[in-house]
Design a protein. Structure first.
Length: 360
């Protein structure tokens, strides 16, 4: 059984719980918005499921409630930010702002963030670049989840990355993927629901494939596309971990660990489209690509071909009229957190939510 709730009410609940944990109000609203936006996009694996993990890390001090970053290198188009164990979403938002401003000044920018934390969905930030006439490329590393190709011990994270670009009337085209067969959060979500996971997602501690979500969490997440997923994950760690001066490989701690500094890093590359061609021309060319792709004859049983990001945009629009469906276990956990504080749980959804998902 799931609970239906209005997106704004869920945002307020998340923000209020974070404020009680010592997070400044603006930062709390940002973090809560990233989680609820993920829910609206249909990615519950990166939604409110994660809030208890963040709160546990805030309580232990592994993640600092008041983010106080430091600009340690300022070289025009290139900047390095030390996050000093602050909130990942707050640091990623700072990198987004700095990256867009510097790309607008120089045509392109590279912003490195070290000593950060998990920041939720990468697309939340790259989409902002697209809305400002830029192409955003964001890579991050993560705690060990997969073995190197041929191994049976976790050594590399899912190490997600995202690319987003403006698509005119079509909105935004965006990719946001982990380099494993699936994001680890989706396995946590399946475990919460006591559901089996598809074959090919994970293996147990001996490297034997499994469809049991609980076993998978103690074992290995399998790479996407076999050895190719391992190689891409390795190179994303080179960009987000090694190059930024952050932790890498087995040295990164994930949001699932309550009492250890994460040390994860991010690398944000922002390209100002007008530096290469007029934005209108770019969007016209991209519109042609989208139309060509969507016009391809469909395989049997396929009703429509989607361009990257189109499904999430539709789910967001749908959530405005039907509300958000929150799994019972997540609702129970949020209720327990509210009971331990002075925050009141919202009621069952009664009104429509906002028209947009996340910032523009």
């Amino acid at each position: 059984m799931n609970r239906s709730i209005d997106a704004d009410a869920l945002r307020r609940l998340g923000a209020d719980l974070l404020v009680q944990a010592g997070v400044p109000a603006a930062d709390a609203r940002l973090l809560a918005d990233t989680l609820v936006t993920a829910e609206q996009w249909g990615h519950a694996s990166h939604g409110m499921l994660r809030l208890p993990w963040y709160l546990a890390r805030l309580r232990s001090g592994a993640m600092t409630a008041v983010t106080q970053s430091q600009l340690v290198l300022d070289n025009g188009a290139v900047a390095v930010i030390d996050g000093r164990d602050g909130i990942g979403q707050v640091l990623a938002q700072e990198a987004t702002r700095v990256g867009i401003a510097r790309a607008q000044a120089h045509g392109v920018s590279v912003v490195a963030v070290r000593n950060s934390n998990h920041f939720g969905t990468a697309a939340y930030f790259t989409r902002q670049c697209a809305h400002q006439g830029c192409i955003g490329v964001l890579a991050t590393n993560a705690s060990p989840a997969m073995a190197p190709w041929g191994g049976r011990t976790k050594a590399l994270g899912t190490n997600p990355w995202s690319i987003a670009a403006p698509a005119g009337a079509r909105g935004v085209v965006v990719m946001d993927i982990a380099n494993t067969a699936v994001a680890r959060g989706k396995i946590y979500a399946a475990a919460q629901r006591n559901e089996a996971i598809p074959a090919g997602w994970a293996a147990d501690g001996r490297g034997v494939p499994t469809t049991d979500a609980h076993t998978a969490l103690q074992g290995l997440i399998l790479p996407m596309a076999g050895h190719k997923g391992y190689i891409i994950s390795f190179m994303m760690d080179v960009l987000a971990g090694v190059l930024t001066g952050s932790a890498f490989g087995a040295g990164v701690a994930g949001p699932y660990v309550a009492d250890r500094a994460s040390g994860c890093g991010h690398l944000f590359i922002t390209i100002q489209i007008d530096a290469l061609m007029p934005r209108a021309q770019f969007e016209q060319r991209l519109a042609r690509l989208i139309e060509e792709v969507k016009a391809v004859p469909r395989a049997a049983g396929i009703e429509e071909i989607f361009f990257p990001g189109e499904i999430e945009a539709r789910r967001c629009a749908e959530s405005r009229t039907r509300g958000l469906s929150i799994p019972e276990q997540t609702w129970k956990t949020l209720s327990e957190l509210a009971a331990q504080s002075t925050v009141a749980m919202p009621g069952i959804r009664a009104a429509a939510g906002p028209a947009e998902c996340g910032p523009s």
